[in-house]
Design a binder for this molecule. Structure first.
Ligand code: MOS
Length: 694
């Protein structure tokens, strides 16, 4: 056999790209089993209280309406781990938008008309949705999201800060943010001879199956969840959401398959959001900018039914030399929707505050912001003292600065003008942890020389299907077109979700292992494949679950150029440049797409995206894409994303780190720092909309 050309690292196009652009790739809501009924959910219109009556008589007489489900008639479910899935079980309303009923009808239009006509009455309690420092009820949680310790203290921060020659003490605020994937959350549920089959839009169907098994009291083997194509998730599909539960309840109730696609305007209340964060950052340094004291303290909100603590002080434990340090998280339960995962939870908001404060320190000390970061590069992870498996932040800063043309910059703020525009440039660092979870996979050799790889990975548009086939082909030493990859189905070998930038590392490790074991098994047949084929199964629990003596993180540097209109207050990004060190890059095309997409999301976080809770109603006000401004192509400048080749033997057989989230980390700070450079004014409250700039 000739050695095939290397396939790992190359720009292989997405395997399903043609199917997607020609419309043959079917998403969850596009499955139309016979006798399908349509459901439309009814959200609560009060922020706190309980349902006193569901006035369904009139609605049941409307044409096409089949059923109205509420806590009064829906089947009782067992208690799930996640309280947001315990829908239609009791009259309690914990926040605006909580589902209180579902209308099922022959058509989507009839279901929607029924839902709009359904009158629900409530007994209300006073509510509070406003996160304020000093609010009574703020408490210290047991841990922050991801199992991160709530507080970390090293040395004597107070003393070191008090005696530092150069000090920065600032507060920053980030508005709530919504994930808003292009494909809203949807499920089609069918009960077939006691089995439950669900097409769901999910970042990981094993967790959906487990949740449904718990809720309905069924063995997992009696449930199949399909999710072969997913139109984005950004964390909002990372855990099961109410739609498969409601669809399964409704399908059980009416004895027919039921489709439920969540309306866009309902998403903010029921699929999680990035909680608002209030940050206080204190940096104390010597005259030369060397940090002696670093404190990052954050306050965030959570709902009444579920504690989720955005781990925004965590990146400060990783980034810079800081012998005296304090990082803390506090949380306030309010009558708000439950916050959850949104792309780079913790790092994205935390690095806005920390990297803005570093820019303020650079200004206070009269040091170039790139140089300031280089001077505070630690020898080992500050928080743990562990050595880094690899860390090339300085190289990213230097190479990025070179490509961006940083050194031609006049450091004085407010001096570059083009007519009524003020121009500026900014920099910020990026980091994201290397996460990995145990996975299983199977690889089969067939007599015709082809290979089948089976794994319940999920491709949320990132290219997982493609890169896993590349990993398999590389491990087997065969051309890519000999490998058929099956994913997105809970009947396939169990695998973790597409989240935490860990998918490729976790699944790829299992795929690599299965293929390696298959090659060994084939050796016993002298390479000839038995007629029935030969299968090897891998389980990386012992490998991926083993932990590491190394601190493992990806790093990067973001550079931004902005123009600020002094008449309208509009900020526009002119250029963004990201340079990353994230281990081995396995597919240059899909990786660049991931980096750039995340940078666009960081651009949105900085300039256009932000949500607010109406104190009167308790609702998120910016509930659709007309009011919640995701950057459009016209908002999106020239975006360059590239990387350095990083060899790291302490990761996985591919040598890869995660790349899905680091692109959003620090991007908002680079832009805000550029706005400061342009205007001479420091803005500490995202997003930087014209009303704030003027
Ligand atoms: Mo991401 S927030 O880990 O899906």
């Amino acid at each position: 056999m000739n050695t095939p050309a290397p396939v790992l690292g190359t720009d292989v196009p997405r395997a399903e790209g043609r199917a997607k652009v020609t419309g043959t790739a079917r998403y969850a809501a596009e499955h139309l089993p016979p006798r399908l009924a349509h459901a439309w959910p009814v959200p609560a219109t009060v922020a706190s209280g309980r349902v006193t009556a569901v006035h369904d008589t009139e609605v049941l007489r409307l044409p096409g309406v089949v059923a109205v489900l509420s806590h009064e008639n829906a089947r009782r479910l067992a208690t799930p781990d996640d309280p947001t899935l315990h829908v239609l079980q009791d009259p309690r309303v914990p926040h605006f938008g909580w589902y209180v009923a579902v209308v099922v009808a022959e058509t989507l239009e009839a279901a929607r008309a029924g839902a709009l006509a359904l009158r629900v009455t409530y007994e209300t309690d006073p509510h509070d949705v406003e996160l304020r420092p000093g609010h009574t009820g703020i408490y210290r949680p047991h841990d922050a999201n991801g199992g991160n310790p709530t507080d970390r203290e090293r040395g004597d921060f107070a003393d070191a800060f008090a005696t530092a020659p150069v000090r920065v003490d600032r507060t920053y605020r980030i508005a709530p943010l919504h994930n808003h994937p292009m494909e809203p959350h949807a499920s089609v549920a069918s009960w077939e001879a006691g089995r439950l089959v669900v097409h769901d839009s999910s970042q990981g169907t094993n967790a959906v199956r487990t949740a449904l098994a718990t809720l309905f009291g069924m063995p997992e083997e009696d449930i199949t969840v399909h999710s072969p194509h997913v139109g984005g998730g950004f964390g909002s599909k990372g855990t099961p959401r109410p739609q498969p539960v409601l669809a399964a309840l409704a399908a059980l109730h009416v004895g027919r398959p039921v489709k439920l696609a969540l309306p866009r305007r309902q998403l903010p209340a029921v699929v999680g959001h990035r909680a608002p964060t209030l940050h206080r950052v204190r940096l104390g340094a010597a005259e030369d900018g060397t940090l002696s004291a670093l404190a990052h303290e954050i306050i965030t909100h959570t709902s009444r039914i579920k504690e989720f603590v955005e781990q925004a002080a965590v990146p400060a434990r990783v980034m810079y030399t800081s012998p005296h340090s304090r990082t803390t998280h506090r949380v306030l339960p309010l009558d708000v929707p439950s916050p959850s995962w949104m792309r780079a939870p913790g790092e994205a908001p935390g690095m806005f505050a920390l990297e803005s404060a570093m820019d303020e320190l650079a200004e206070a000390a009269g040091i170039d912001p790139v140089e300031l970061r280089v001077r505070n590069e630690p020898d080992a992870e500050p928080d743990s003292g562990r050595p880094f498996s690899s860390r090339h932040l300085v190289e990213c800063l230097r190479e990025g600065a070179e490509r961006f043309g940083w050194h031609t910059r006049d450091p004085r703020p407010g001096v570059r003008r083009e007519g009524r525009l003020l121009l500026g440039t900014g920099v910020a660092a990026a980091t994201y942890p290397v996460l990995v979870s145990p996975s299983t996979a199977e690889a089969t050799a067939r007599p015709d020389g082809t290979y089948a790889v089976r794994i319940n990975a999920t491709d949320i548009g990132t290219g997982a299907r493609t890169v896993l086939a590349q990993i398999a082909a590389d491990a087997l030493g065969v051309p890519l077109d000999r490998v058929a990859l099956a994913l997105g189905d809970s009947d396939l070998p169990r695998a973790p979700l597409a989240g935490g930038s860990s998918g490729t590392a976790s699944w790829g490790w299992a795929v690599h292992q299965a293929c390696t074991e298959l090659l060994e098994a084939l050796g016993g047949f002298d390479g000839s494949v038995p007629a029935e084929g030969l299968t090897a199964a891998a389980d990386t629990t012992d490998l991926a679950g083993a932990g590491s003596p190394y601190a493992r993180h990806a790093f990067g540097a973001h550079f931004a150029e902005v123009q600020v209109d002094t008449v309208t207050g509009e900020v526009r990004a002119r250029r963004l440049l990201g340079h990353y060190a994230a281990g081995r890059i396995l597919n240059s095309r899909t990786a660049r797409s991931q980096f750039r997409g995340a940078m666009v999301m960081g651009l949105g976080m900085a300039l256009t995206e932000g949500s607010s809770l109406d104190p009167a109603s308790g609702a998120f006000v910016e509930a659709d894409l007309a009011a919640y401004h995701v950057p459009a192509c016209a908002d999106t400048p020239d975006i360059a994303a590239d990387w350095l080749d990083e060899e790291d033997p302490h990761l996985n057989p591919m040598g890869s780190k995660g790349i899905g989230e680091i692109g959003i980390v620090g991007t908002a700070a680079a832009l805000a720092n550029a706005v400061h450079h342009a205007t001479g004014v420091r803005f500490r409250d995202l997003p930087l909309t014209p009303d704030k700039i003027l």
